[in-house]
Design a protein around this ligand. Structure first.
Ligand code: ARG
Length: 488
């Protein structure tokens, strides 16, 4: 049996059960790219600081390149007895280049190493997600453009409320997704600081340069315990680095660097919030695709059938978008619970943050992609929607506003229209079917022009203030998004 990299003080080797239970290589090997990147930056810095020779550095860099190629060609042997991705790569490097590899872990611990790798991984994942969100927003805006004038019932309490334009509904999801993207970008900015060099927890007495590794890895700075507002990073980055380097480099706090998993939680929360939005979209579209609503028809390419009922065509992708949001939320709760009672600094418990993160990220990416694909493959049933529109007195609020425009207090107009709706309900008709005389019985304020406020087409365009559903406002909003998303 090979001695562990940490085996010096041990007289017995670990049991097989313990080895199997404590390994993380089965899932953390996906961090290999980030781990190699981090090691290269670290070795380069060590040489620059005279802690290893230039020739040691060169063999380390070449060896790491070779290992990366092997991994990518699937020729690398991942070994459970080497525990995790960090020790697998370091041990393989030692097998490959010998002595110089033993210097790589100078002024480094797996504690700062894993925190660094994971931040780098999250940063990449966030960049991918933000692009995917843009694609979904684009698909939704394109769907809106295809159905620009289509009026649908708007609901509150899932009861018919007021008429709205379909693009207005779709742009709601686009706005939600924009906030989601913003959350990812905020999270990225906060996580983009470098723990490397914090070592186990206390830092090091060796003359390393944390600014050099931080900048080589694209971090804004090494982790520290001072609050600097983000605009400061943007405008004074170079000057600040210089000032910190010369005067304050000793204030960099190593304990926080290895103890912090806020970035994991924030990312998982961003995924959860996005998941909730997509789940609501899924629910709405599942309803809309039902016989009862009949608003939309998904194409066959995004539907699945039943093994027993020959007639079935189900909107499974959106049901699963709704369903998979559960695991994304669960992953967040897992890591919240994982972190809640941990003392400083590194605890092995942290190893349990990987799988929920990988699961959550893979899931949310799939959810975003499939929602976009679904959006590209649905048609709205204009005729059917139109036929259903007269029901539900969607124009009642517009009628109340009509009376307000004629000078009536809103509470009174609400009451008058409520009574008219009562008449309609008992007669089984709509407001626009009442005669002017009938309306006048309830208020003398009604005039012939009232009919210009009734019916969904008239009604929808009376919603004209900023952000409302009237066609001018919606066209403006659509224009904004077409421009922003560079849709041609
Ligand atoms: N594999 C561990 C993790 O994912 C990193 C190893 C740190 N282990 C240690 N014994 N200090 O968190």
């Amino acid at each position: 049996k090979e001695t562990k990299l940490w085996g010096g003080r041990f007289e017995e080797s670990v049991t097989e059960k313990v080895e199997k239970f404590t390994e993380s290589i089965s899932f953390d090997k996906v961090l290999y790219k980030q781990d190699i990147m981090g090691s290269k930056a670290h070795a380069t810095m060590l040489a620059h600081q005279g802690l290893i020779t230039d020739s040691d550095r060169d063999s380390i860099l070449q060896g790491l390149d070779e290992i990366e190629r092997k991994i990518e060609r699937d020729e690398f042997e991942w070994r459970t007895d080497r525990e995790d991705v960090h020790m697998n790569i370091e041990a393989a490097l030692t097998d490959l280049i010998g002595e110089p590899a033993k210097k790589l872990h100078t002024a480094r611990s797996r504690n700062d190493q894993v925190a660094t790798d994971f931040r780098l991984w999250c940063r990449d994942a966030i960049d991918t997600i933000v692009v995917k969100i843009k694609n979904l927003q684009t698909a939704l805006v394109q769907l809106a453009l295809k159905n620009e004038g289509l009026i649908v019932p708007g609901y509150t309490h899932l009861q018919r409320a007021q008429p709205v334009l379909l693009p207005h509904v779709l742009l709601t999801y686009v706005e939600q997704l924009e906030r989601d993207a913003g959350r990812y970008i905020d999270c990225r900015e906060r996580l983009n600081v470098c723990p490397l060099g914090a070592c186990a927890l206390a830092g090091t007495g060796l003359p390393i340069d944390r600014f050099m590794t931080a900048s080589a890895l694209g971090f804004t700075e090494p982790m520290r315990n001072r609050f600097v507002p983000s605009y400061y990073f943007l405008f004074f980055n170079l000057a600040r680095l210089l000032i910190y380097y010369v005067f304050f480099s000793s204030t960099s706090i190593s304990i926080d660097a290895v103890s912090d998993r806020d970035f994991v939680l924030e990312f998982l929360y961003a995924n959860s919030n996005t998941a909730i939005h997509l789940s609501r979209l899924g629910e709405e579209w599942v309803l809309w695709a039902s016989e009862e609503f009949g608003f939309m028809t998904p194409s066959d390419s995004v539907s699945t059938g039943s093994s027993i009922m020959p007639q079935k065509k189900n909107p499974d992708p959106m049901e699963l978008v709704r369903g998979k949001s559960a695991r994304v939320i669960g992953d967040l709760v897992t890591v919240l619970t994982l972190c809640k009672g941990l003392p400083l600094a590194y605890n092995r418990d942290f190893q349990e943050d990987k799988e929920p993160m990988f699961d959550s990220t893979k899931t949310i990416m799939g959810m975003i992609d499939v929602s976009a694909e679904f959006a590209q493959n649905v048609t709205f049933n204009e005729e059917r929607i139109k036929r259903s529109l007269p029901a539900g007195h969607l124009d009642a609020t517009t009628l109340a506003d009509y009376l307000v425009k004629k000078g009536m207090p809103f509470r009174s107009s609400h009451d008058v229209v409520g009574k008219l709706v009562g008449v309609c309900v008992s007669r089984g008709c709509e407001l626009q079917n009442l005669s002017l005389e009938e309306m006048k019985k309830l208020s003398p304020v009604f005039e012939e022009d009232v009919f210009g406020f009734l019916g969904v087409e008239n009604s929808v365009n009376k919603f004209s203030s900023y952000g409302s559903t009237g066609s001018n406002c919606v066209a403006e909003q659509l224009g904004y998004w077409v421009n922003k998303l560079k849709i041609t």
